[in-house]
Design a protein around this ligand. Sequence first.
Ligand code: GUN
Length: 288
Amino acid sequence: MATIIDGKAFANKVSEKLAEEVKQLRAEHGLRPCIAVVLVGEDPASQVYVRNKIKRCEELDIESREHRLDAATSQEQLLSLIDELNNDSSVHGILVQLPVPDQIDDAAVINAIAAHKDVDGFNVANVGALSTGNNLLVPCTPLGSLMMLEDHLGDLSGLNAVIVGRSNIVGKPMANLLLQKHCTVTIAHSRTRDLADVCRRADILVAAVGRPQFIQGDWIKPGATVIDVGINRIDDNGKSRLVGDVDFDAAIEHAGAITPVPGGVGPMTIACLMHNTVRAAKQQNGLV
Ligand code: GUN
């Protein structure tokens, strides 16, 4: 039976350390990290994510400034707000919650955010930095996943890591982080042949496909460590329920360790956003 990796407890531990750091920054340097969170429209899932991010800021005494924009906001209006935030030295981090409405080009928005304030790590400058091993601000979900893997496994060197999913937000940065840790990395995706066999070679399996319970129990190498990035809402006999991309009940019979959904990767993503905000604030004030 697999060990369940408690992402919530680990995120609390990471957050406690950050709260100490924030306290120290205020006491010694009069600096209070500040993040601007921008939400365009009323996507219900995005509203929940933004609310959770702001709540965590409050718990850590990080300042958050929420900018809620109408669903009909134009790209020009959004870019103008980003420009304002880029030029406001009291704002250290800028996050535009994705997805944005169709009339707005998300790449244009992501790349308009000043790289040193891009706490999501999605900007091409941060992507380039990560892929050349000069990490600046690293995407939060892969960073949180890596922290859990290292906490559980220690040295990852030489392990076979298979990532299912090739998104810019999770799959690709996860691959770069695991390469930096000297794993042998495979990125599998919707066109991968013999996906089950590819997964069976993984000592580390990261599921980030966005398909509920897609990864089957017998695709998992006995003893492997499984990180389930998926958050999918399903109807379970008339009851709404959150599940991951892995068939959890079957997977625990094969895996050595696995992250649950909810309570696995999700809390670590938010903890890493706080980590990036503190890091950005320190960097912008010459403290790193
Ligand atoms: N939407 C889903 N995940 C994310 C994320 O990590 N950052 C932002 N900005 N939007 C998202």
